[in-house]
Design a binder for this molecule. Structure first.
Ligand SMILES: [Zn+2]
Length: 355
């Protein structure tokens, strides 16, 4: 029997900086990886919350991970809750095609209604999944979490690639749409608190704050200020997931007042453990990551992955406030043996006399 209780304790102790027998790690296995491991389709997950949770747990156990969570794509879930209709593919997660776009004209933004989450989209099944997960793992870590995407992910799912043109052609549309998504997330939090628990931490998936995607000013207007507002309004700490190539980390950490980050790349597009070692000290933040999902995991050998794991742990475990994972989903096309090498690397690190 997989001992989730002691694994979860290891995660909280390690993040708090206490001694643990080995550093904890998380595998970012989302829908498409679960369908590979379980031999099921994404429909099977979305149609049955309890199975969704069970398949997630099985997948995490398969990789030896220390964190059970129900994988989800908040951008997709938000867009569906708002009424977007996707044709879900069998094994790969969905993205909006031109026909799927719910917001076809600027007027459509005004017509957009804040969803009733108990009735729309995938959230009712997700709630069932989390309820099962909580029961199964007795997890105080999971109790604390909320997952959101403010705001660019849902904008793209609702508006498609047209969203990039909107910066120039419909400059009023994006702020209005961002505000609707913000309000939708407040309503979702209410639903979450009623059905599940009162979360302390918002794992916020945000993409726009990247040098190669938008200016800092555009990022702040469309995404950054809404994340800050969400933090202030809800009182939750925000851990920002940004797996882009050149995130504006310094600015985002200071301006939003982040509690932590889930990251791979630094501001300059490098996957550099020393950068994160410095940032952890300088800003007193939690760092989750910093394995590169496009590095050895994608194209190297299991031995290359083990080496990367050990380098990351050597640099970042001292002082706690760190949990090893990839900066983003380990998706379709990644060799399973390379993902399994994360566990081997962590075990080798511990045997070397490290904790
Ligand atoms: Zn990501």
């Amino acid at each position: 029997m997989y001992d989730w209780k002691s694994r979860i304790e290891r995660v909280s102790n390690s993040l708090l900086g206490a001694e643990v027998d080995r550093p904890p790690f998380l595998i970012m296995a989302a829908e498409q990886m679960i369908s590979r491991v379980m031999g099921c389709t994404i429909h099977d997950l979305y149609n049955d919350g309890k199975y969704w949770a069970k398949a997630t747990i099985k997948t995490q156990e398969f990789f030896g991970s220390d964190v059970p969570y129900v994988c989800l794509d908040p951008a997709l879930l938000t867009a569906e809750a708002f009424g977007a209709k996707f044709i879900h593919r069998k094994y790969l997660t969905s993205t909006a095609t031109p026909e799927d776009r719910l917001i076809k004209t600027p007027e459509d933004v005004d017509k957009l209604e804040i969803p009733d989450y108990s009735k729309s989209g995938l959230y009712p099944e997700l709630v069932k999944a989390f309820k099962y997960l909580k029961e199964y793992t007795h997890s105080p870590v999971i109790d604390g979490f909320f997952f959101s995407d403010l705001t660019w992910g849902p904008i793209q799912q609702l508006r498609g690639d047209q969203a990039w043109m909107d910066f120039y052609m419909n400059p009023d549309l994006l702020p209005k749409l961002a505000e609707k998504i913000y309000e939708g997330n407040l309503a979702l939090l209410e639903y979450w608190r009623k059905e599940l628990w009162r979360p302390m931490i918002d794992l916020n998936i945000a993409y726009l704050g990247n040098k190669d995607m938008a200016s800092y000013k555009d990022f702040w207007e469309i995404e950054g200020k809404w994340i800050k507002k969400f933090r202030q309004k809800t009182g939750m700490g925000v851990v920002l997931h940004n797996c882009g190539r050149q995130p504006y980390w310094e600015g985002m950490i200071k301006d939003i007042k982040l509690l932590g980050v889930q990251a791979t790349f630094d501001e300059f597009g490098n996957s550099d453990v020393n950068y994160w070692k410095e940032m952890k000290k300088k800003h007193n933040i939690y760092v989750i990551g910093t394995l590169n999902q496009t590095g050895p995991t994608l194209t190297g050998t299991p031995e290359d992955v083990e080496k990367e794991v050990i380098e990351n742990l050597e640099a970042l475990t001292p002082g706690g406030k760190f949990m090893l994972s990839h900066g983003c989903e380990v998706g379709w096309g990644i060799p399973l043996e390379n993902i399994m090498a994360v566990k081997t690397g962590v075990e080798k690190f511990s045997k070397m006399g490290n904790k």
